[in-house]
Design a protein around this ligand. Sequence first.
Ligand code: GDP
Length: 691
Amino acid sequence: MMYITKRMIEIRNLLQRVGQSNTVTLPSIVVIGSQSSGKSSVLESIVGHEFLPKGSNMITRRPIELTLVNDPEARTDYGEFPDLGLNRVTDFSLIQKTLTELNQSVPESLCVTDDPIRLTIHSPRIPDLSLIDLPGYIQVAAENQPRELKRKISELCDKYIRGPNIILAISAADTDLANSTALQASRRVDPRGERTIGVITKMDLVDPDKGVSVLSDRQYPLRLGYVGVISKLPTQTGLFRRETGDLLAGITRNEKAFFSNHPSQFGPEAKVNTGTITLRKKLMQVLEHTMSSRLHETTESIQRELEETTYQFKVQYNEQPMSAEAYLAASLDDFKHQFHAFTSSFGRPQLQELLKDALDQKVLDQLAARYWNRPVEDLSVALPEPDNIADLPNADPKSPYWHRQLDTASTGLTRLGVGRIAATVAATAVQGNIDKLLDKSSFAKHPSARKVISEAASTVLADRSYATSDGIEISLKPYKFDPDIQPHEWAQGKEHVVGVLQGELDQCQAAMKSLENSVGGRKKLKEVMTFVDKARRGDIIVEGDHPSGAGGFSAALLARGREAVFLRDRADIINLRITASKSRKCKSLENKYYCPEIFLDAVATKLSQNAVLFLNVEMLNDFYSRFPREVEAKLHEHMVSGGLERFAREDPKVRRHLDLIHRKELLELVLTKIEDLHRLGGGSGAGKLGS
Ligand code: GDP
């Protein structure tokens, strides 16, 4: 009994999970009727609870897809809104409130929408039924209702009353059946009255003789017949309505009392159907019968759907399996592979080069501060001549002045905090490379997982940073006072520093070029520079001496001019020092006071080489062994509680692949369930079901 309906409802729920409910339609009972015909009261008495939106201004704006589940295990009746994630709502006034809110969320301008509200009710006292409550037909649109409302409601109902749905056409006994909008609508789509059940409400409001004549109507003959009901409790038994599940009991008692009071009209002889219990039974039988007669067709459409899905799986994915776990594992393997390739391409020599580059800059800073300085900031102060740089070619190796200059510059380098610089340079480079690897990996499409991996790198690197930098400082201690440069180191420095100086020169020239552009050309800049030079020498500026006249330059232009003069002087100095560094005089270590650039370069190389020994072992190798494990652990943490599925579905290609597999699996499951139904003899009872 009711086996097929139950299973079919389960199947429909499964299909809804993969968005397949549109391709495979299962029959439902569609409830239509004019406003105030008693439609809500009928539905509520079938369910046994008051739960539908009420109120004189209440217009139903969305269909309610109501699934009743006979659940012998349920201790109390409860409702669920699967689309809202609202489960086990035992308070039916809350269900009513939720339905009212969902209904009111439809903007008035839309009138009605075909987007259904899905509600499932579980109870041991209800039959398995699938019902759809539609907006009530309105006769004359009231003034405050949009004119289209009437038409739109009618269109919406037309959409639902198509076959294979069963129509429950509600009409009140106290109105003329010829005027029943519900019966008129049903007649349009079901002219032979094969799938319409007529419900006549408010039987208590008409004379019993009139009641019987309505129920045995011959004007609108329906094969499934009419049922007369009284869906309103007499006022004195109003208490029933508040007691869970007792609504039906009260209704039934009241109906019995009324109909048995008029035996000649409603007794067994009269051959008319009355009472909500009778109606419920009829609904169960008709739905079961319709489901069963649709079984074959439904099976075929699921089979077709499955064939199509299987075909898609073959042509699109070559039947390749896919799961969120497998996708993560493959992404991680690929990333680890790339990481491994990186570890063999990034080691001591690369670290050495990076650190030396950083220290080259510090060497230039020392040189600028100790040897190349020509203050040009203040135009009013003339530069004392001769300056450091002019003296340098004659630097007397015995002069304590030049000793001090070189010592200060050298200790400036050795006490710079090379440990910290080295650790930072290494961490920045490794982090940058990991981020680049991530950008090229499939994690690029997964921002949150990408962040987890990138942060894992930062954590591991930061972990070793202090210890490494301290260790390096300790290892460099011996060079702090005496760098102890050897002749071969000097030779290397001589070769290297020219490139560094050349690089600095190029930068000066590039900066000069951009200054030229910013003031509107070389000529203009030259004019300002001439002015600045004259001011610096303390020359008197004669009015008219300059094209713009005395003081004709703006403050901003003068600032640029000063900058240009600085750059020009710096370039002159560097040019001089390139020539000097290349000269024969700089060939030997003895002339170190004359060639501070080479000396400082050699010191920087020595420092970086020693630092890198430590850096390589303490930081890089440690990182290489710990990082992959850290990534796995952190990703694992990130993927718990649904994270894995979310992660995989972030990639649209993977999502489509997973969806297709999911759909295929579900359709296969549905098909086995349907085949079970066939085996159990379903689908055979498609005989006649008259009243
Ligand atoms: P709907 O607009 O079609 O949903 O109609 P309702 O179910 O809200 O009913 C409209 C009015 O008719 C309400 O006041 C109900 O109490 C009343 N009503 C419904 N069914 C019956 C019935 O069988 N007998 C009587 N006397 N009143 C009823």
